[in-house]
Design a protein. Structure first.
Length: 287
């Protein structure tokens, strides 16, 4: 006898409608929920725990084909207490914000961390996104910060929504790996980090300090925060004035400039390497 077809959630289910609405920022803010799409993001969400050990993943929508392809992810979702719904491809497409969905869409609780909590942890490497509006760039910088071993990311109040679907996709799961503070005025971010003993460097193509020179002189081994500005016009003068120094990434070839995410990766990795060379500065927090 052929096996019975799996029972699929109805396209008219209130659960589908609620998930679909999370594509809009006002609904995300009201419900404090966001979407994570694709196997990597859903896997990380299922493994992540919030305050009190609460699972970050609350629901998972999966096509039968994706459930067969990723049984470990479905199992982890169930083990985390998430409700698992089998859905046809059209339902997944309605919920998803991608052109070619991968068959898995998770509904997750917000994961941002209060800025004061980040300061209490005495971070040694931080990325501050000041007035960064492009969600793809924001997510990519978050991923770079995670890869470089940064201990926190701060999005100022003028920056893009951390939970914008494009930002979540671009971070490829890094939303769930390190503390991220949101909605912090840039003046407060810089002042708080300085009070915590962190040197604040503004990344700007017109900076008076050269990144290569700073590395050669061994002046970057201490706790450091990098401030990265808007993709189109960089950092305004008033923001640059808040920093301890304004540093440029040297252009050795003929390129006009580096894009935001590339410059952020260069700066963050430079600091990570300098800190390791300075005798394990970052080991204070067990990194």
């Amino acid at each position: 006898m052929p096996s019975a077809a799996p029972e699929l959630i109805s396209p008219r289910s209130p659960r589908v409608g609620a998930a679909r609405r999370l594509a809009k920022r006002n609904f995300r803010s009201k419900e404090r929920l966001f979407l994570a799409e694709g196997p990597q993001a859903v896997r990380e969400a299922a493994a992540h725990r919030g305050p009190g050990g609460t699972s970050t993943l609350t629901e998972l929508f999966a096509t039968p084909e994706a459930a067969d392809r990723y049984p470990d992810i479905v199992g982890d979702a169930r083990a985390a207490g998430a409700r698992v719904h089998l859905a046809d491809e059209q339902v997944i497409a309605d919920i998803s914000t991608t052109v070619t969905p991968q068959g898995l869409v998770g509904v997750c609780r917000f994961v941002d961390t209060p800025f004061e909590e980040i300061l209490r942890a005495r971070p040694k490497l931080v990325a501050v996104l000041a007035n960064v509006r492009d969600p793809g760039n924001a997510g990519t910088v978050l991923r770079c910060a995670d890869a470089a071993g940064a201990e926190a990311v701060v999005l100022t109040d003028a920056s893009v929504d951390l939970y914008n679907p494009k930002a979540v996709r671009a971070s490829v799961g890094s939303h769930f790996h390190l503390p991220v503070a949101v909605g912090v005025p840039v003046e407060r971010a810089v002042a708080g980090l300085k009070e915590a003993g962190v040197t604040v460097l503004a990344a700007d193509g017109a900076g008076t300090h050269d990144l290569d020179h700073e590395l050669d002189t061994g002046s970057m081994g201490g706790p450091t925060a990098w401030v990265f500005g808007n993709e189109a016009w960089g950092l305004p003068e008033e923001t640059r004035a808040l920093a301890d120094a304004v540093v440029r990434v040297p252009i050795h070839g003929r390129a006009e400039s580096l894009n935001l995410a590339t410059a952020a990766a260069v700066c963050l990795y430079a600091s990570a390497r300098a800190q390791r060379a300075a005798g394990g500065c970052r080991s204070v927090t067990g990194s």
